[in-house]
Design a binder for this molecule. Structure first.
Ligand code: PA5
Length: 459
């Protein structure tokens, strides 16, 4: 079970900086329209993430491939970036424990970048004959993923000869793109990302499901949690729909200057969920143009924070800095393991209140204390509380945040499913790397990166 409490964003609770219930009521025509347009797009098949939980045959196909491969490899390396990587990484960190790779098999590694030092260290450490590479790219053409793949392929061809093909799985578009073509030509195992699902909404496709199944997670439970949440987040009534209410308070908050949305789980295991949310909220909502082509420069900056760690890093700012944030605190009722603090040094005042108490009691108290202190300072604060961290809860969370993001996009009247702002950077990279057809962009790059006298210093 997940409880969502938005009381800490209201005028009744935080005072003048809060949202009045009437503010949400006033939004009714907009929320109604937003709901109708989302549901219409869903019915027409243009917005598919809600219905991934019922795609026939997908779970079976993923499970069959995972069970065929999982015992053959001690290491799995996930190659991909952005939406193709953050979801599976979030599932792995939430459900497999921080030291899985030290104690269990298969070990999972997510490259998620092209840092040459990290890549060198990883490839130096791997035993290729025991490694499966899962190459994930919807388009197939992303430079980072292409270079990761080419690196792996080069090593594999040298070390494994023709058998390298057994060490690869592609997850990509079912019909288009170079990976799909290579899968056919080279006879490489592959799974499909439905064309209607964009990268950051793809965690409940084979993108998230296959790595999860490879390391023995219950993907049926993941989907059943997502399905339960889906049934809730497709309701039109904002007060019955936690995703819509989350979006409404963020939308109204942004009108009051809250340009930042912090997600702060009190759980190390959920920190990568905050990272996944950071991409989802940023790339979906940060848009220059509205759907009717007006310049709007919209979007809130998502920030990830970790409780209790960031109480000693960020909370000073959240409590006393500008009124530009909504702080979403995520807590866990039942941690999967716990420690009772031994009754040592119980005669010392500074320690005695901790003796024989559980660590979970302390972290929960710290979460409550932080929420109370933020609310005390008039800061918009929401509370998402999870019974525990398991496959079902995680599936539900993914669906919740995806629905909230899509709805927020409709409230903002922008398209949450595209990312035109990422394209120019990609094209500049192609140009710098000499890809055919992109040389004309060099002038623009040089002009943007010119240095002015007096404005650069070398020491
Ligand atoms: O959400 C998105 O669409 C992006 O973050 C993509 O996932 C990312 O750019 C990687 O794209 P691809 O999967 O095509 O390699």
């Amino acid at each position: 079970m997940i409880r969502f409490d938005f009381s800490g964003t209201t005028k009744e609770v935080i005072g003048v900086n809060g949202i009045a219930r009437e503010d949400i009521d006033i939004l009714a025509p907009l929320t109604k329209k937003a709901h109708e347009s989302l549901m219409k797009a869903r019915t027409e098949g243009n917005v598919l993430f809600y219905d991934l939980v019922e795609m026939p045959g997908v779970l079976e196909e993923v499970e069959a491939m995972a069970s065929e491969l999982s015992s053959s490899f001690t290491d799995v390396v996930h190659l991909g970036i952005g939406g193709s990587s953050l979801g599976p990484k979030a599932i792995f960190s939430a459900l497999k424990g921080p030291f899985h790779n030290h104690t269990s098999s298969p070990r999972m590694f997510f490259l998620d970048n092209i840092d040459p030092e990290y890549m060198t260290s990883l490839f130096d450490m791997l035993s290729l004959k025991d490694t499966l590479f899962v190459v994930v790219s919807k388009s197939g053409a992303t430079a980072e993923t292409a270079s990761q793949f080419m690196t792996a392929l080069g090593f594999m061809r040298d070390m494994l000869g023709e058998t390298y093909k057994n060490h690869l799985v592609f997850i990509t578009d079912p019909n288009k793109g170079i990976l799909r073509r290579l899968a056919g030509e080279l006879n490489i195992r592959s799974l499909a990302i439905p064309p209607e699902v964009g990268g950051r909404f793809s965690v409940l496709t084979p993108v998230g499901l296959f790595p999860a199944a490879l390391c023995g997670l219950d993907i049926n439970a993941l989907m059943s949690g997502a399905k339960k949440m889906r049934d809730r987040v497709t309701k039109g009534n904002v007060f019955e729909n936690p995703a819509y209410l989350f979006s409404c308070v963020h939308f109204l908050g942004s009108k009051k200057g809250a340009n930042i949305s912090v997600l702060m789980p009190y759980s190390n295991a959920l920190y990568d969920i905050a990272d996944w949310y950071r991409q989802l909220w940023a790339e979906s909502l940060g848009k220059r143009y509205s759907i009717d082509s007006k310049e709007v420069f919209t979007g809130q900056t998502p920030v990830k924070a970790l409780g209790a760690t960031d109480q000693h890093s960020q909370v000073q700012l959240y409590r006393e800095g500008p009124f530009d944030k909504i702080i979403n605190i995520m807590t866990v009722d039942r941690y999967r393991s716990d420690i009772t603090i031994p009754d040592v040094l119980g005669d010392i005042d500074e320690f005695s209140y901790l003796a024989s108490r559980r660590i979970s009691e302390l972290i929960k108290a710290e979460a409550r204390a932080t929420m109370a202190s933020l609310i005390d300072a008039g800061r918009m604060t929401t509370h998402i509380s999870l019974d525990t961290i398991d496959e079902e809860t995680l599936g539900a969370l993914f669906m919740f945040f995806e629905a909230a993001t899509a709805f927020m996009g409709c409230l903002l009247k922008i398209n949450p499913f595209d990312q035109p702002g990422v394209e120019l950077g990609k094209h500049f990279t192609f140009s710098l790397m000499g890809r055919q057809g992109f040389s004309g962009l060099r002038k623009g790059i040089d002009s943007n990166l010119r240095t002015l006298p007096g404005m650069n210093i070398e020491i």
